[in-house]
Design a protein around this ligand. Structure first.
Ligand SMILES: [Zn+2]
Length: 299
């Protein structure tokens, strides 16, 4: 029991680290369109590099055989999940608004284009339309938060697996327990990895005008599957180890697909009025996001 609590706390630490990612938004209130495009780019760069350097790399390390079938299967399921969630969320009426949007399957994208916050030309906007914009934003938010929350479960599983030899000889003494060095590294690595991911979550929430503490809350919430996954996998460690290539592939597939279908289009819509359509800002942001995640290669 003591061991399980210990693993749970390690998972909780990684989850709390995600909240740190929203902190920068406590210091800056307002962003120009250029900055907003760059921020979407940063969020995209963070998520793509977390997937490729972190998840796929780890998934390969846990894979056996010549072809990582399990991981490839995970990637495919991740993509299908995002696409399916997008369609389901689009079909559901959030908040009892009856504006018809069944005719086109990507209604949220169309609506969001007009809602980049930086325009003053929305005077003739009716209350009904305003509600529809808010609904489209809400759907996008549910999708992004949902996918990021689901992706953090396999990461929690990885943390739990790394604690397999907790209490055995040869570990690092922490609070009277012998903790495997691998577990210390894994907890620190996932915590560090979570900070920019918290930023990636805060960016869309900020774009939709949510309060600062809600951004922190959402960031931490998105990582709550980590202590849960850590405990489950610690208890069923043999099973969990086999699941890892699939889990990592799944998380990577879902995140990269989410970036391609939601983050990049959102950035380009926000930057539509900028010179060059905001492509330069997007590219700079993407690169900055990738650079922020490069240290992952060395942990
Ligand atoms: Zn992650």
């Amino acid at each position: 029991m003591e061991n399980i609590v210990f693993v749970f706390v390690a998972g909780l630490i990684t989850a709390l680290a995600t909240g740190l990612g929203a902190i920068p938004f406590f210091f800056v209130e307002d962003f120009s369109d250029s900055w907003n495009v760059a921020l979407w780019g940063i969020a995209s760069g963070i998520m793509v590099s977390a997937s490729l350097f972190g998840l796929v790399n780890e998934g390969l390390a846990y894979s056996s055989g010549d072809i990582p079938t399990l991981m490839l299967g995970g990637i495919l399921v991740g993509i299908v999940l995002v696409e399916a969630s997008d369609r389901i969320i689009d079909a559901v009426d959030v908040g009892g608004n009856h504006r018809a949007h069944g005719g086109h399957d990507n209604g949220s994208h169309d609506n969001a284009r007009d809602d980049d916050g930086g325009h003053d030309d929305e005077i003739e906007e009716t209350p009904l339309e305003a509600a529809a914009f808010a609904e489209a934003d809400l759907k996008k938010l549910v999708l992004i938060l949902g996918i990021l929350t689901v992706h953090s479960f396999p990461e929690g599983v990885a943390v739990g697996v790394s604690f397999a030899e907790l209490g055995l000889d040869g570990g690092v003494p922490i609070l009277g327990l012998s903790v495997p060095l691998l577990a210390v590294f894994m907890t620190v690595a996932i915590s560090i990895h979570n900070i920019p991911e918290g930023t990636a979550i805060a960016i869309p929430m900020r774009a939709m005008g949510l309060s600062k503490w809600r951004m922190v809350g959402a960031a931490v919430f998105s990582s709550l599957p980590q202590p849960i996954g850590a405990v489950i996998s610690f208890v069923f460690v043999t099973w969990a180890r086999e699941f890892l290539p699939f889990g990592f592939g799944f998380a990577a597939g879902a995140m990269v697909y989410l970036v391609a279908t939601e983050f990049i289009p959102e950035a380009l819509e926000t930057g539509a009025d900028l010179p060059g359509g905001g492509r330069r800002e997007l590219l700079v942001g993407l690169l900055a996001g990738v650079v922020a995640m490069v240290p992952l290669l060395y942990v």
